[in-house]
Write a protein of this length. Structure first.
Length: 401
């Protein structure tokens, strides 16, 4: 499956950060991680930190899948509103899930500092505004649910949104204190470089084509014919899990994004705020660490990479039309336009844990708009799994829930 198209901004901005060899001999390890994107790099960091002999493989060059197309908005808000998630899984699980995403932002900041990252982590507030008058009632209900759960939120009227951000045609919104942004492509590479120095082995352009299950270990057979013997396998393959696992556990979607230079005089507080709205699909907006404006949206069902890529021009116009509604006098000159694929679950939550058909293995699949923050939670969960301990979120993130 092709997970990116045209000109992903992060890939062109960063270029070839690092390169790794393909597998050319048989190997043995404690932990084999399949998937070298942001999730795989985070899980590899945790495993190396805890002293496991770890190997990471990817069938592409590292981070050239979904990680090169992500918008890297770090939010505690899950795609399913908190008040709605409470009705789906109960208050305890819903608040725990939101709280885990909030804590993950703090942990990314801490991790970014500890490896001396140059990926532009920046603390930001988050504005979730009503794009239609009819959305006000449920958005206020969401505001109440978040406030009752202890999150630092403030309700803004439409006039206050206009005064504070200069956005017209809005009907109020939730301003959250917790949020951030980062260049996930660079951050993932930095994590890998940091951990290679500590013993992590990485092989790219190396694809697992078969697994043999044995007592106490798995034998992963590669496309080259070489194999890796591993006590545990951790699948960090994101949306490509749809090709590996049977069942309707996730819906694949296409999403689109554009990037341009920004006229800062015509935006208020945009560099310090993540912005998204109540449209379905929603529009989202943030600045990059080099001062550009990134806008995304236009999500629709994914059918094929070729079809997704063929409508880039139409999707660009759709996104710019949404921007024009809140900034009528602003002219946006797109520098980069691209599409990517992501997964959407029924409850907006990831799948992290065991799958009954895969022995000696765990999955860390961070779907939706919170893939990065879910992956941080996955680090903690996998750490506990490896020690045969339970995690409070396991029941909410498991397969077959």
């Amino acid at each position: 499956m092709d997970l990116k198209s045209n000109e992903p901004f992060w890939l062109l901005k960063n270029g070839l950060v690092a390169s790794y060899p393909s597998l050319k001999s048989d190997e043995e390890c404690d932990v084999l991680i399949i998937g070298g994107g942001i999730t795989g790099s985070l899980i590899a960091h945790q495993m190396i930190e805890e002293g496991y002999h770890t190997i990471l493989i990817d069938k592409r060059e590292l981070c050239n899948g979904s990680t090169s197309t992500t918008t890297s908005m770090l939010q505690y808000e899950i795609d399913v509103p908190l008040f709605e998630l409470i009705t789906k899984i109960g208050k305890k699980g819903a608040v725990l899930s939101y709280r885990a995403c909030s804590d993950a932002i703090d942990k990314i900041e801490e991790l970014s500092g500890s490896i001396k990252s140059d990926a532009g982590f920046k603390r930001k507030k988050s504005l979730y505004f009503a794009s239609k008058k009819k959305d006000i009632n449920w958005l206020k209900q969401e505001y109440g649910a978040r406030k009752n759960a202890g999150f630092e939120v403030k309700w803004l009227t439409g006039n206050e949104v206009l005064e504070k951000f200069g956005f017209e045609n809005t009907y109020g919104g939730i301003l959250s204190k917790q949020g951030a942004s980062i260049d996930a492509f660079r951050f993932a590479h930095e994590l890998c470089i940091y951990n290679v120095r500590k013993g992590l082995k990485i092989f790219d352009k190396t694809e697992m084509v078969n697994i043999e299950y044995h007592k106490g270990f798995n034998l992963a057979i590669m496309n080259s014919g070489f194999h890796i013997k591993a006590k545990k396998i951790i699948y960090c393959i994101g949306y490509e899990s749809k090709d590996l696992l049977k069942g309707n556990f996730v819906d694949l979607k296409s999403t689109y994004a554009i990037v341009s230079e920004i006229d800062k005089d015509k935006f208020k507080n945009i560099s310090n705020t993540l912005v998204w709205n109540t449209d379905n699909p929603y529009m989202y907006m943030r600045t990059t660490d080099d001062g550009r404006l990134l806008i995304g949206g236009g999500d629709e069902d994914f059918y094929a990479a070729r079809k997704r890529d063929a409508i880039l021009n139409r999707k660009e116009k759709e996104i710019l039309k949404m921007l024009k509604r809140i900034k009528p006098d602003y002219h946006f000159y797109p520098d980069f336009v691209w599409g990517g694929s992501f997964g959407e679950t029924k409850d907006g939550l990831p799948y992290i844990g065991e799958h009954k058909k895969f022995k000696n293995s765990y999955f860390v699949l961070g779907f939706g708009g919170n893939g990065i923050t879910f992956s941080i939670t996955g680090m903690e969960m996998v750490s506990m799994f490896m020690k045969n301990k339970n995690h409070s979120l396991s029941r909410y993130f498991k397969f077959g829930r």
